[in-house]
Design a protein around this ligand. Sequence first.
Ligand code: SF4
Length: 327
Amino acid sequence: MRPFAYVKPVDVEAALRAAAEPGAKFLGGGTNLVDLMREGIERPDTVVDVTGLPFDTVEELPDGGLRIGALVRNSALAADRRVRTRYPMLSQALLSGASPQLRNMATVGGNLLQRARCPYFYDHASACNKRRPGSGCDALEGFNRGCAILGVSQSCIAAHPSDLCVALAALDAVAEVRGADGTRRIPLTDFHRLPAGTPDIETELGPGELVTAVELPPLAIPSRYRKVRDRASYAFALVSVAAALEVRDGTVTQVRLALGGLAPKPWRAREAERILLGGPAGEASFRRAAEAELPAATTRPGNAFKAGLAVATTTATLRELNEGGAR
Ligand code: SF4
């Protein structure tokens, strides 16, 4: 591993000052960054350890929502009674990710910033525009079983790896970030960027900006997170679905839907939501709505199966919520 300086600031101002130096990188739980440093993909001059900052609590908001500090550990958030009862999709998404040991270390802020798990991204012998801009993308014609089919470009087809972020996108969560110019708020659905011609730029964060919290609006309807993967644990999603659904007298009166494993960012399924809202609740309409989200899909032989899997998984998740089996 390349040598680097290490600092652990005691307040936010000091952390922002340290991060303003060229080559500085924030460190939270380290479950992704340390791996990337070990592989020589991330090469910071200075690691700014923010785990001493006071962002490790979950607090009630006046509107009935929750404010989650960026340093809350994934395992603590998944176990929080308020999250389990009011946002079950969020708790389920967290528990479907990584392993217990990793969840004990990983933070909410770090989860938002985790990088692609595309094998070529980690292989210095391969062409990868995300690791080395302008070098090409070996996944286009290579092993792309886990790659994205929505929102991709010829520059990059890597899928976003987070489970938590899919649930946050469905919940209309908002990230709070601090930088040299103050505090600003970014809706989770806008936080991550599609690759276009610059897949190395993955979020809307500016240089030296720090995620300090994520806020959840209240949710008063049943919700669920369903993940399909190659192994029962410790595997990234081939397809995942975060859904919340309210049905009254057979009509969909509220719906939230986001998809994971399918795009370079958590994919809010707006078209499917539009079709579902106000329409009949049932197998046929759930399937039709799921299919409506896929026409823009760009598949390759290795990942074409994801389109059908996404329709089946979305339909099954909505069916389960409609039948009342997922509160
Ligand atoms: Fe790199 Fe993206 Fe291509 Fe993977 S899909 S090789 S991360 S550019």
